[in-house]
Unconditional design. Structure first.
Length: 277
């Protein structure tokens, strides 16, 4: 393959470029002729890198910091709410200590009015999970029974001066009380010709019933009172439990209704325990 020899014109251009480059290097070294241009180039490079960082990395870091701060605030708010709830219960218990004898008398009066003649023991609320009571389906409290004399209280009825609160399901030095509103709890109730096994709703102060019109032809009315039936041998009979607060028709034959309970478990820290029926 033949090679093309450089022409005299291309040789001259080549040597001219070398000479011009050497001259420019000489000027830069001795007179700093291109210092300003180099500084402008450096400034442009630095500015570009900062600009790129500000539109890419900085927003990502900002979003990450906001997310981390939000999570921290949520956790702090949750902790503060729990501390406030615990403080509420503690202050509630302390503030009611002076009512020991008054509550004892009022509970005894309630027993007399409802013709409950079983042995009665005064007890004091030891702890109450207010967070689960307000939000969830498990409703329990823990009580300390005075002068229990090694009696087995499992299954015993727990009352205050308003009415029935629940029943004891575990009995040691501190007894565990299952409240009427716990979803696992069932209490037989009656009103005229209407009978129902009422279940806890998992909501404070509310229990629920479902019945068939084929069994109960008479309608249920808002405000209608229901009483404990005494069936099952757990609770005394003829104690007012609650009033119908809402009625929902499921289908042509089935009706669902809610009852607002008359007894609030937080009404007093002093409660009564009626020995098993």
């Amino acid at each position: 393959m033949s090679r093309v020899a450089p022409t005299s014109g291309s040789k001259a251009l080549y040597f001219l470029c070398i000479a011009l480059s050497s001259f420019l290097v000489y000027l830069d070294i001795n007179y700093k002729s291109f210092e300003r241009a180099k500084n402008l180039y450096k400034s442009f490079t630095i500015s570009s890198s900062y600009l790129l960082k500000s539109v890419t990395i900085d927003p990502v870091n900002y979003i990450f910091e906001i997310s981390k701060e939000k999570s921290k605030l949520i956790e702090e708010n949750k902790k503060l709410k729990q501390e406030l709830d615990n403080s509420f219960i503690t202050n509630f218990i302390i503030s009611r200590d002076s009512k020991f004898f008054a509550d004892d008398a009022s509970i005894k009066k309630f027993l007399d009015l409802n013709n409950i003649n079983k042995p009665f023991h005064l007890a004091k609320m030891n702890s109450f999970d207010i967070e689960k009571y307000l939000c969830c389906s498990q409703h329990k409290m823990f009580i300390e029974i005075f002068n229990n004399k090694d009696i087995d209280f499992i299954g015993s009825t727990v009352i205050n001066n308003q009415g029935i609160v629940g029943q004891i399901i575990y009995d040691k030095s501190i007894a565990e009380v299952l409240l009427l509103t716990d979803i696992s709890h069932v209490i037989p109730i009656i009103s005229d010709n209407h009978f129902c096994n009422a279940r806890g709703s998992g909501r404070p102060g509310v229990i629920t019933c479902t019945y068939s019109k084929l069994i109960w032809p008479d309608p249920i009315e808002i405000g209608q009172e229901f009483f404990s039936s005494g069936m099952g041998g757990i609770y005394p009979s003829n104690v007012l439990i609650g009033n119908v607060s809402s009625i929902n028709i499921i289908d042509d034959n089935n009706i669902h209704f809610d009852l607002d309970l008359v007894a609030d478990p937080l009404q007093s820290i002093y409660i009564g325990v009626v020995e098993g029926l």
